[in-house]
Design a protein around this ligand. Sequence first.
Ligand code: SF4
Length: 204
Amino acid sequence: MEIAYKVGNGLYVNLTNKCSCACVFCLRQGDDKVGESDSLWLEREPTADEAIAAIREKLQAFAYSEIVFCGFGEPTCALDVMLEVARWVKANTTIPTRLNTNGQADLINEKQVAPLLVGLIDTVSISLNVPDAHRYQALVRSRFGERSYDAMIDFAKQCVSLGVKVVMTTVETTISHEDEEACRRVCQSIGAHYRIREWVDDGK
Ligand code: SF4
């Protein structure tokens, strides 16, 4: 099973296929892989030791610029394993870490997750998608319903307040320029960076 895979210059880590959402645009609906992976469907969730072993092996072959927790699922559904792997990365490399997330970590784990990321995750990239709760839920179809939008915004705010860099993204051509400006204002009010990304770049 494919735990670590290359996308551009980044080493991506695939810890789970679980997710709190069923996004209408999710790549998993029509594809098995992203970047230089073969299949990101896991037979089972890897342990931290298995993920670390996969990362160690990949690090021998390429000078990666970033280690990204992403994959075919929501990484914070495997929170404890992700934190242990990130701890290993920080203790054994100087490579920056990023978490690509739907931002629903607090709802998924029923606790505040942002404080656990401090010192382990350098950048949190959150899919903002649209600037309001109603359309957000229509797009991501979270099992938590419309409250997932406010939870995602609160998670972003907490990360910013704790000094974790936050990038919030929308996908180009999927919303109007007016909505992009509204998303920019949301990010400004939070203190997050706003990024309009290509439809397919890293699968999140
Ligand atoms: S949050 Fe990510 S993994 Fe989950 S359904 Fe949406 S695009 Fe897919």
